[in-house]
Design a protein around this ligand. Structure first.
Ligand code: SF4
Ligand code: SF4
Length: 305
């Protein structure tokens, strides 16, 4: 049963990547507005490719420090390599160097180096952005390759989107969360009013759906399920639908696999803009009606929305 209270924060999640989470988030963002969109999938941010915001602000984000070896001080003793638990010290052509993608920033090598040749350097190659798009405003970010602290950057995106929401006086923040069940996913869902869990009919996606549902339960966040490309495997779709029924989770959408979805992406549009008469677009419009009217108090385990 849908309630009348306006939704505040809706997060789109999936237990695994590649389920169509971001395409769905983009489509939902272009149906009705104005709204704030927060792209919290900072490791693989691509919602901006579909929404094409005009960025008004770009801010540098400092992530964790990485070890750096001063070659003129290094005596080639190898102690740093022996102690690094992350295999981040490399030896090549008679020189010890640090792999920035493997370095965890634990500083142990700095302490064991007898020549004082190692220092820590803050990395500031990541950015967050705010701007407007065709249906409201958007906050997104880009974590540089190999950088850590994506959970912290997600928090920045969430905080900025809340500030933007207040400034612009809009009701809804739509969050595209990262895949998985790690720290960034938790940061993106905390304090939200509804988690829309996007899955597809495959064994691995179903398994990951169950895991992400356990996570939303732990944080007492009501959830609803969308099965994307449901017609690719009827058997598993039925199993997911039956599981939703047993768990009391509203199954709010079953989106078919249609070429228009891919065509829309190739043209940097969402399917509701590119092919509004397609079955996929109509299904997304229907689920938009359900989730944007959703009220935390208006859902009960036994009811469908
Ligand atoms: S800071 Fe830690 S993880 Fe990085 S290279 Fe040194 S010992 Fe390895
Ligand atoms: S511990 Fe220091 S001196 Fe020894 S190899 Fe590493 S950087 Fe060079």
């Amino acid at each position: 049963m849908l309630g009348s209270k306006k939704m505040k924060q809706i997060v789109i999640l999936s237990g695994k990547g590649g389920t169509g989470k971001t395409s769905l988030a983009a489509a939902l963002a272009t149906i009705d507005g104005p709204l704030i969109v927060a792209d919290c999938d900072v490791d693989v941010a691509n919602l901006h490719l579909l929404l094409q915001p005009e960025d008004e602000k770009q801010v540098r984000f400092t992530t964790g420090a990485k070890a750096v070896i001063n070659q003129s001080l290094c005596t080639r003793c190898g102690a740093c390599m022996d102690h690094c638990r992350f295999d981040a010290i490399l030896f090549h052509d008679g020189r010890f160097t640090v792999s920035v993608t493997s370095c965890d920033g634990c500083r142990l090598c700095m302490h064991v180096c007898p020549a004082d040749a190692i220092s820590m350097k803050e990395s500031n190659n990541s950015f967050w952005y705010t701007g407007s798009f065709r249906n409201g405003w958007m906050v997104h970010a880009r974590l540089a390759p190999g950088e850590e602290n994506s959970g912290k950057l997600v928090n920045v995106v969430r905080e900025q989107s809340r500030m933007l929401q207040e400034k612009r006086g809009v009701d809804t923040i739509l969050i595209d969360g990262p895949p998985g069940t790690g720290c960034p996913a938790i940061s993106s869902m905390s304090g939200t009013d509804l988690a829309v869990l996007v899955t597809e009919p495959s064994r691995s996606a179903f398994h990951d759906l169950i895991r992400v549902k356990e996570l939303t339960d732990r944080f007492h966040i009501p959830s609803a399920v969308v099965i994307n490309k449901y017609d690719l495997n009827g058997q598993i779709t039925v199993e997911i639908a039956e599981w939703c029924g047993r768990e009391g989770i509203p199954l709010v959408g079953m989106i078919p696999f249609e070429p228009e979805v891919v065509e829309a992406m190739l043209h940097c549009k969402t399917v509701v803009e590119w092919a509004p008469e397609s079955t996929a677009a109509k299904e997304i419009l229907s689920l938009h009606q359900q989730i944007f009217k959703f009220n935390r108090m208006g859902i009960h385990k036994e009811e469908e929305i």
